[in-house]
Each structure stands twice: as C-alpha cells, then as structure tokens.
Write a protein that binds this ligand. Sequence first.
Ligand code: 89Y
Length: 345
Amino acid sequence: MARGIRIGVIGCGFYAQNHLHAWKDLVGEGAVLAAVCDVDPGKAQAAGRTFGVTSYTDAATMLANERLDAVDIVTRHDTHRALCELAIGKGVAAIVQKPFAPTWEDCVAIVDTAEKAGVWLAVHENFRFQTPMRHVRRVIDSGAIGRPSWARIMFRTGFDVYRTQPYFYDEERLAIADVGIHVLDLARFFLGEVERISCETQRRNPKVRAEDTATMLLRHRSGAVSVVECTYEARRDPDPFPETLVEIEGDNGSIIVLQGSRMRVTSNGATTEEDIGSPLRSWTSDRWHVAQEGAFVACRHFLGCLRRGVPAETSGSDNLRTYALVDAAYRAAEEHRAIVPAQRK
Ligand code: 89Y
C-alpha cells in the first residue's frame, strides 16, 4: 500500500474538532494526522494533546518542519487566501473550509494560484456529503422520479447557533454566507447549474447585524426551478437543526426528506419510506450528528481523491460556482432583481 497521506490541520476551534476526529477515524484508510496548528496556543496545545500530534501556532513553521501532503484549513475565511497561498507555494495540497474566502476575487485568485502551481485544491463544502443528501442524489440518479423539475430545499431553525459561533452577531453577511451557501450547493448538486437567482433577505433578530433569513428562487439551466430557504429565526417544534429538508418533484414522482432522516419516495404512483440516517460515531452527538457526519464523509472523499490523484467533487473551481450563487443572491436582494451568477473568465 502507498504511504499514508500526511495531513496538517490549521485551526483547532469549534468546528475543527469534527475534522480532527474525522482524520483520526480515517487512519485505517490511509490518513495520517501529522500535526495541528492554531494561532491560539491554548487551542493548539489542547488539540495536540487530544490527538497525540505536534502542535504549532504558526502555519509557516508547521509547513517548514513537517513533511505534509495536505493541509486542512479550518479557520475563519479572512485567513484562507494567505494560508492557501502558503501551502500551494510549498506544493502542499489544500482543503479549505467554506466559505472559500471573503470575496469572489480572492476565491478566483486562490484557484488560479493552485492551477498554475499544479497543486490539488478542494473546498470543504460538506452538506452534499451528508448521508441523507447522498441518498437523495442516489434516488435522482436511479431515475425513479424522472427528470427533476422543481425543488424546495430548506434549512430552517431557531437553534441557538450564536452560542457556539458568537462571531455570527457581527458578520456583515450571515445566513446566506454561512449556511445558505450549503443549501445553494445542494441545489446545484440536485438540479445542476443555475441560470439566474432572485432573493429576499430579512433581519428578524434585532441583535444580529446582517440577514438571518433568506428566501431564494433559482432557475436552473435544465429548466428546473428551486426555492432555497435558510433562517436562524424559525420557531418550530420539533426544531430540525441541523437537518436540511428537501422536496423534489420530477415528471414520474417525488422525493420528500422529512425531519428525523426519513425519505419518502413516490415513483410511478407507488410510495416507499426509508430511514436515510447514519449511526452515531464515537465523537458525534445526537444534536449535531448529521452535520458532523457530513464532515467525516467529506474528509473521506478528499482522502480518496488525494490518494488517487483526482480532483475532488468540490474542487476549488467547482466551488466557485457555489460561491458565485452566494454573491448573486446578495446582489439580487440589494438590487431587487434576478441576477445571473458570475463565471470565471
Ligand atoms: O456554520 C454552520 C454550518 O456550516 O453548518 C451549520 C452551522 O454550524 C450553523 O449554521
């Protein structure tokens, strides 16, 4: 067997814990969690101790000292460009958390740099890797519902996301940039590329600086139409967090994803219902499992691609298309009109 893929994780905060556990769980499949890094020495050391690896507070030092094949960048997006460029400059593959970077120009620059250097680059866009979402895609691919022509994809919660991610209060862009981006990526994953998008945003929680709710309408190139919704201000009981609920209609049937990871498929007049969940892992918790497990499946996908030397499904260039939808949604909301998403020149 070829030697393992040596990974350095940059950023050891709240969400990075899922990545760290994922890489550890993937040891049997050829991952080697080689080192960790965080600018906060306490966080770096804690992760180093928990996962039994050397910790660093400076990514350049980690890259100079360790023989890494890839870095997994799980920091805030304003650091992504510099960290990607650092890794790419050393010929080290980079996986970077969503959102890719603060601006479209930054994202394109990162993709350009990686392509020029011939270095593998992926965005850790993980909702499409959640087990329930893979089941939806499997049913679409099976042809059971015919050609999908209409969908509603919903992330609606009132779960206190501000407790674990307190920086949300001050973001200039919130719901679409943080979670709408995942739901927009799912719309691409299920129905293909998007011709135009319109969007209404709302700020329903006065303590939050940016939008906490967005309702988006997408026309896909296939002719399909989707409604993409995200909010942190739903008051629902039970609250579905962190599940994404999906309704897709095709000319032969429909797929409905219900809360609790249940999927109801109607095909040629016959309906079946199945459990599309996955068992808890040792480090996942009931409340976060769906999202945590998506991070694990994404890491497994990246590892397989790195080992085979093939691009990831969510490569840098693929993810530009999702990022373009985010930017277009904000413009659509500001300009009160449908926007054609930007394309890389
Ligand atoms: O940050 C968000 C994400 O990516 O998934 C769920 C979340 O933690 C809150 O919306």
